[in-house]
Design a binder for this molecule. Structure first.
Ligand SMILES: Nc1ncnc2c1ncn2[C@@H]1O[C@H](COP(=O)(O)OP(=O)(O)O)[C@@H](O)[C@H]1O
Ligand SMILES: [Mg+2]
Length: 259
């Protein structure tokens, strides 16, 4: 059984069908990308997956359970972590503290433990900090641990945000246009970083409008246009699909080196 199974999800805004019976799957250990021109319905899909929007029709199964029309909190606890298109780190906190926040959803102590700084709280905090250090080191971000988030370059902030998503013990990480606002070199580094996550066993669903960016790292790609799935397959298959090429011509096309 696939880790994520999306069956014919549909979302209507007023008279506009933003997402129309879209189906796709993500298997454990894959990088799967959903691509499409601006306005195709990518963020709407993302919002249904993360529980921000209800689905009007269809179903979303994660890890064998239906998660559509539950809450964002439920979905995080079920094991799906996300990053935001606009980075949401706490600027005046250090990198380690930002990552510990991800980890906190798994801690056992309650509010009173925290207020009274009980031994359970202090032990929990130590473990939480150690886990954050382990994650940052495993992602080659160990030298950033003590830096304040606000002092990091943009590309590095994004990596820390992804590290925080990993700290939730998520089984699936969904990224909505993570390279938005990055220069070509930062985008390239981020794609390398995402590939390294997959090589460590993480499962990634990448939502992106720039097809060239995901070409090199995706195991499989789904293409949507005007809310409908128009193609799916291996990157090379998708890149040569006439419908996909036509869909992308209006938004810059596919660069020559993909031909
Ligand atoms: N909350 C909303 N209310 C009304 N229309 C929306 C809303 N969100 C998105 N849309 C419309 O749905 C379509 C898909 O948008 P979106 O999912 O943001 O596309 P993408 O992320 O692929 O650029 C667009 O036509 C957009 O204007
Ligand atoms: Mg979008």
């Amino acid at each position: 059984m696939a880790l994520l199974e999306v069956n014919e999800i549909t979302k209507v805004f007023g008279g506009l069908t933003a997402v129309d019976k879209v189906s796709f799957k993500v298997e454990p250990g894959e990088i799967v990308s959903i691509i499409g021109p601006n306005g195709a319905g990518k963020t709407t899909i993302f919002n249904m997956l993360t529980g921000v929007y209800k689905v009007d029709n269809g179903s979303i199964n994660f890890d064998g359970k239906a998660i559509h029309n539950t809450s964002p909190q439920h979905i995080v606890h079920a094991g799906i972590a996300r990053t935001f298109q606009n980075i949401r780190l706490f600027p005046n906190m250090r990198v380690i503290e930002n990552v510990m926040i991800g980890n906190h959803i798994n801690t056992k102590y309650g509010f009173l433990d925290e207020v009274f700084r009980t031994p359970r709280f202090r032990k929990g905090e130590r473990e939480c900090a150690q886990k954050a250090i382990d994650i940052l080191e495993s992602l080659d971000l160990g030298d950033q641990i003590d830096n304040y988030a606000k002092n990091l370059p943009y590309g590095m902030q994004r990596k820390v945000e992804i590290a925080r998503a990993i700290a939730t013990n998520a089984k699936l990480i969904i990224l909505d246009e993570p390279a938005a606002g990055m220069n070509p070199q930062e985008s390239e580094e981020l794609m390398e970083f995402i590939r390294s996550l997959r090589d460590k066993g993480h499962t990634i669903l990448l939502i992106e409008h720039d097809m060239n960016l995901v070409m090199q790292i995706s195991d499989r790609i789904y293409v949507i246009e005007y809310g409908k799935k128009i193609a799916e397959g291996l990157p090379a298959e998708v890149a040569h699909n006439p419908r996909v090429i036509t869909a992308y011509l209006g938004s810059g096309g596919i660069s020559k080196d993909e031909e």
